[in-house]
Structure formats: C-alpha cells, structure tokens
Design a protein around this ligand. Structure first.
Ligand code: DOR
Ligand code: ZN
Length: 352
C-alpha cells in the first residue's frame, strides 16, 4: 500500500501481536485491554506460575483472558503450551486438535522470567518435536543458550549454532518462529533459512541498543531478555522489519512488571510496550521511510506464516503528538510503560 509521507492518518488492516505476556489475575484484567485495543489476535505466552502445560490449564487461561476484555473488542487469544522435559506429546497433539494450543513455546531452563521449569536439553523434546512436525504445529523459541560460560551478549548467536540449526536439520519439516530476535546473526540466519522459519521483532529492540541500558546510569526499565545488543544489531533488525520480507513479523513481547520489581538490586526483565505498541512500530517505520511496509509486518506476514486468515477489520492511526503516561495502574500494581514520559507522533484512533 503506497503511503503519502505527509498523511495525517494511516489505515491498516487490523494487526495481530504474535508474542505477548498478559499475566494473570488483576494484572491480566488491565493489561489484556491494552493488547486487545488495536490487535485482533495475540499469541499468549504460557510462563505463568505454574506454567501452562496442559490443555485444561490453557483452556481455563483463555477463558480468563476472554472475560477480561470487552466482547466488542473481538479479540482472539491464541494459546501456547510451555514445553518441559517431561511434556507428553499426546497432550500437545490433543490440545492442537481441539483448537486450544496454536503453538508450543520453548524456554531454555533458566533463560528468563518463570523459565525454571523449562527445557534442560532440546534432545529431551525429540518425541514432542516429531509429533509437532507431523501435525504442522509451530515451535516458538526463546533463542538463548544460558550456560554460565557464555557471555550474555552472545547467547543468541550461540543458540543458532548449537541448538537452532541442528534442530531444524533433525526435523526438516518443523515450523519454527525465532522469537524476539536481537542480532544481525539471527536476521541473517532467518533470511537464509527455508520458508518454515520466521522471526518476531519487538518494538523495543528496534529502538534500543545496549547504551540505552547502561550509559549515564543503569536503566532498569530498558532491561529485557534477550538483552538489547550493540547498535549494528539494532540497525540489522530495522532493515529486516522494514524490508517487506514475509519472514519477519510483529511480536511485541510486552512483559509488564511492577515498578518495584524493576527498580531493584536484581531487577526483572521485561518491557511493558502494549500501551504504545503500534505507535512505536509506526515511529520506527516512519523514521526508516518505510511506512508502506508496516501493514505487511503488522497484519499480513504473521497470519500467512501461521496459516490463519488475514483480519477483516482495520485500525486507524492518527498523526498527533501525545505524551505517554509515566505510570499505568494494573489491579494495584504500578507499571512503567515503554516510552513513559516521552512524546510519540502517532496514536491509534480507532480499531474496527
Ligand atoms: O524480557 C522478557 N520478559 N523476556 C522474556 O523472555 C520474558 C518476559 C517476561 O515474562 O517477563
Ligand atoms: Zn516473551
């Protein structure tokens, strides 16, 4: 779709968010509405306490999400199963057949928030990956090797070499989404891979590099996992997202934590981007002179990869300077959103 660079409004096919953390309880009630405002569907991460490992747990969580958003939002949560060393392939296949599980999520044990029950060695997943390959169910990977001898900035590149490439070779038909990629190595790998491999890219990794985390004082609200990398990697991500290549699509990884848990001696990883998600991507695409590519990235590439229909509705962004609130309250929790206190130039006006 050609876009007039001076246009005051931008109308896109209604987008989806292919990676969100909605949490649970009172927090869920507030954060789910931010996602359901512009997005028609979202891939829901299963890293609750306890994690979502069964069909019953996913069905119940889906019901709680649907109860949290107004029916007129027309929002569809797409559920995922949290893979563990002991996961039963038949439970996964049944959840998929019953329309409960859209995909499975691999957290390497110890990689991030609530990943203690994650996978210690991908080889322990052979039976479940074989079953997923057979039924065409995508594997979503948190792509980091977290061995103590690996520098945190190298975790993603090492994952490609030690885990992702060998797994794709061993399961030649398995569909894989390399989630929230942060490096040039990941961009190059996904570009070169065959079409069963895709990647999500967050708004914050398109905007932040590691200086934004560490220069002039430590900035816990810019801390997420995988951690932001050097500038050359951010540039590679921006090129990939705005290139029109159908392998790259929108996944915010919106991950709310209470301010007190972020501003701490051991601060939690996660950036709450849902209240500004589409606006942040629009900012980046405009800066890159690529607003005409935003619709493919936000609304087309994801559903095509997942084999789902494109949404029928639309979302309208309006050019308008507004200041992002410093704090969003969520069921008694105080959360600092991405871009808190900063001015943005686009705002979602309506979603139909
Ligand atoms: O920054 C992150 N926060 N990365 C993740 O992988 C998990 C997430 C969370 O759940 O807080
Ligand atoms: Zn995540």
């Amino acid at each position: 779709m050609p876009v007039d660079p001076s246009a005051e409004r931008l109308v896109l096919r209604r987008p989806d968010d292919w990676h969100v953390h909605l949490r649970d309880g009172d927090t869920l009630t507030m954060v789910a509405r931010h996602t359901a405002w512009p997005f028609a569907r979202a891939i829901i991460m299963p890293n609750l306490t306890p994690p979502v490992t069964t069909v019953d747990a996913a069905r119940a969580y889906r019901d709680r999400i649907l109860a949290a958003v107004p029916a007129q939002a027309g929002f569809t949560p797409l559920m995922t199963a949290y893979l563990t060393d002991e996961i039963d392939p038949e439970e996964i296949a049944r959840g998929h057949a019953e329309g409960v599980f859209t995909a499975c999520k691999l957290y390497p044990a110890g990689a991030t928030t609530n990943s203690a029950a994650g996978v210690t060695d991908i080889r322990r997943l052979d039976a479940v990956l074989a079953r997923m390959q057979e039924i065409g169910m995508p594997l979503l990977v948190h792509g980091e090797v977290v061995d103590a001898d690996i520098d945190i900035f190298d975790r993603e590149a090492v994952f490609i070499e030690r885990v992702l490439a060998p797994t794709l070779a061993r399961f030649p038909a398995l569909k894989v989404v390399f989630e929230h990629i942060t490096t040039r190595e990941a961009v190059d790998f996904v570009r070169a891979a065959d079409e069963r491999v895709a990647a999500t890219i967050t708004a914050h990794h398109l905007e932040l590099n590691r200086n934004d985390l560490l220069v002039g004082g430590i900035r816990p609200h810019n801390y997420c996992l995988p951690v932001a990398k050097r500038e050359q990697h951010r540039i590679a991500l921006r090129e990939a997202a705005t290139s029109g290549n159908p392998k790259f699509f929108l996944g915010t990884d919106t991950a709310p934590h209470a301010i007190a848990d972020k501003e701490s001696a051991c601060g939690c990883a996660g950036i709450f981007s849902a209240p500004v998600a589409l606006e942040s991507y629009a900012k980046v695409f405009e800066e890159e002179g690529a607003l005409e590519q935003l619709e493919a990235f936000a609304s087309e590439n994801g559903p095509r990869f997942y084999g789902l229909p494109l949404n029928e509705g639309s979302v309208t962004l309006e050019r308008c300077a507004w200041t992002v609130p410093e704090i969003v309250e969520a069921g008694g929790l105080r959360i600092r959103p991405f871009h808190a206190g900063q001015s943005l130039g686009w705002r979602v006006l309506r979603a139909d």
